[in-house]
Ligand binder design. Structure first.
Ligand code: PGA
Length: 246
C-alpha cells in the first residue's frame, strides 16, 4: 500500500481528484467506483471544477457506487442516489444510464445484488475505486467480520455505523438498519484503489490499519493485499499513529 501524507482535507481532495482525472485522460471510457460520505465531497468538487474548466469530459465514463441504504426512496435527501446527484452527477456530463448505484426498491434484494455484480462484470470490472473508511474500519458498508470473499450483498448496519451517520438524520430511529453494499471481493477486484482518510475521528482506525495484521475485524486491512492501492491520509488522521511511533 502506497501512503501519501498530506497536510489536510483540501490537499487530500486535490491529489485524489488529479489521480481520477489522469485515469480518465488515459482511458476516456474508464469505469470508476465511487463512494459517499463526507470524505469524497472535496474530491468531487475538484472533478466538477475541472469539468467546468473543460479539462475533462465524463461523456464515456461509467460509475458504480459502493452502496445504498435499504428503505429510503431514491429521492430521499439522505439516500446515496440523491447524494451522488447533488454532489457530483448533476454537475458533470456523464450520461444518465452510465452511473450506477445499487437499486434497493425490489422485494428481491438478492437478485438485485447479483444483477449489480453482473453489471460490473459486463464492463470488465472497475478501473479505479475511490474509498473512504468507517470509524470501525468498514469499506463500503462491509462491517467488521464481513467475509473477505463477499460480493454485493445485503448488510445489517452496526450500531457504530448508524450512530456515525445519525448526523444526517433527525434521530437514530430514522437511520436505516440495512444497506446493499459491494462486497469486499468486489472491491478487491478493482484494478486500482484510492483510500481517503481524513480527520481526527479516523485517527484510531488508521493507527490500527497501519499497525495490525490483515483481519476481517478491520475490513480495510485487506487492502494491504492489493497490489495497487494508494492511501491518502491527512495529519489529523495520522496523529495517533505518529504519536505511537515516536
Ligand atoms: P465519512 O464516511 O466519509 O462520512 O466519514 C466514510 C465511511 O463510512 O465509509
Amino acid at each position: 500500500m502506497k501512503v501519501i501524507e498530506v497536510a489536510d482535507y483540501q490537499e487530500m481532495s486535490k491529489i485524489a481528484g488529479e489521480m481520477i482525472l489522469r485515469q480518465i485522460e488515459k482511458k476516456r471510457n474508464s469505469v470508476l467506483g465511487l463512494a459517499t460520505g463526507s470524505t469524497p465531497i472535496g474530491t468531487y468538487q475538484h472533478l466538477i471544477q475541472a469539468y467546468r474548466e473543460r479539462r475533462v469530459s465524463f461523456a464515456e465514463v461509467t460509475t458504480f457506487n459502493l452502496d445504498e441504504y435499504v428503505g429510503l426512496d431514491e429521492k430521499h435527501p439522505n439516500s446515496y442516489h440523491y447524494f451522488m446527484r447533488t454532489e457530483l452527477l448533476d454537475h458533470i456530463d456523464i450520461p444518465d444510464g452510465l452511473s450506477h448505484l445499487p437499486t434497493v426498491e425490489s422485494i428481491d434484494l438478492q437478485s438485485e445484488c447479483e444483477h449489480y455484480e453482473s453489471l460490473i462484470v459486463n464492463v470488465k470490472g472497475i478501473d479505479l475505486q475511490l474509498l473512504g473508511i468507517g470509524v470501525n474500519g468498514h469499506i463500503g458498508f462491509n462491517e467488521p467480520g464481513t467475509s473477505f470473499s463477499s460480493r454485493t450483498h445485503v448488510v445489517e448496519l452496526t450500531e457504530t455505523t448508524r450512530r456515525a451517520n445519525v448526523r444526517f438524520f433527525n434521530s437514530i430511529d430514522e437511520v436505516p438498519t440495512h444497506a446493499v453494499s459491494m462486497g469486499i471481493d468486489t472491491i478487491m477486484r478493482s484494478r486500482e484503489i484510492i483510500l481517503l482518510i481524513s480527520g481526527e475521528s479516523k485517527a484510531e482506525v488508521l493507527d490500527r490499519l497501519l499497525r495490525e495484521d490483515v483481519t476481517e475485524e478491520i475490513p480495510a486491512s485487506i487492502l494491504k493485499r492489493h497490489n495497487n492501492v494508494t492511501l491518502i491520509a491527512d495529519q489529523a488522521a495520522l496523529s495517533i499513529y505518529k504519536t505511537n511511533r515516536s
